[in-house]
Structure formats: C-alpha cells, structure tokens
Design a protein around this ligand. Structure first.
Ligand SMILES: [Zn+2]
Length: 113
C-alpha cells in the first residue's frame, strides 16, 4: 500500500516543521491531495491513524483538501474536469485531455502547540 509511504513522508515533513517551531505536539496537519494523484483518501486516513502513534503527531488531526482534476484539450482549447488519466475531451471528443491540475500531494500547513 503506497499510502503508507506517503503518510510517512507527511509525518516527516510535519515533524521537521514542528522541530523548527520548537513545538512538542502537532495538533493538525493540512494536506492537499489531487484527484489524479493516485491516492485513496480512505487508505490515507487509515494509514495516518496507524503511523501517527508514538510520534510527535500522535494527537494530530489530518485535514485533507481534495483538489479536482482539471484538463486542457489541445484540439478545441476547452478546459474540463477529469477524474482519471487519459480522459477524452467531453466537448469535442477529439483529443485526450492534458492534465493542468490534480496531481498535487503536499503539506499545506501544520498547527502545533
Ligand atoms: Zn476538445
């Protein structure tokens, strides 16, 4: 399950920022997850519950901001939402959409004490 390695790196980033802020406890970690990042949100939450134990993020809440997929059609120039890779343009049905947004996976902010 690759969500576990993602959660590990989220906690690493958050722990590093907490250390820099001389914090003892992380209360909240806010992350951005794109619809096309290939990440299962329920699996991410499940792994987070398991991985945060015995760490500085033991009490942390994981707040997930989902970013919708957005694609640009090179044939007709329209932008459309997309839920999966290689989606065909819903406007002209002539071309495959180029991804403009939705691949992101990053830590936006943490709240510490
Ligand atoms: Zn098109």
């Amino acid at each position: 399950m690759h969500e576990m390695s993602i959660v590990t790196s989220i906690l690493d980033i958050a722990s590093e920022r907490a250390r820099q802020a001389n914090a003892k406890v992380i209360q909240e970690i806010e992350v951005e997850v794109g619809a096309l990042a290939g990440i299962e949100i329920p699996a991410l939450e499940f792994c987070f519950q398991a991985a945060r134990a015995h760490s500085i993020g033991e009490q942390a809440e994981l707040v997930i901001r989902e970013v919708p997929g957005l694609g640009h059609c090179p044939a007709c120039g329209q932008e459309s939402t997309m839920d999966f890779y290689a989606a065909v343009c819903p406007v002209c049905h002539d071309s495959v959409l180029e991804v403009r947004q939705g691949r992101e996976m990053r830590v936006l902010s943490i709240r510490v004490d």
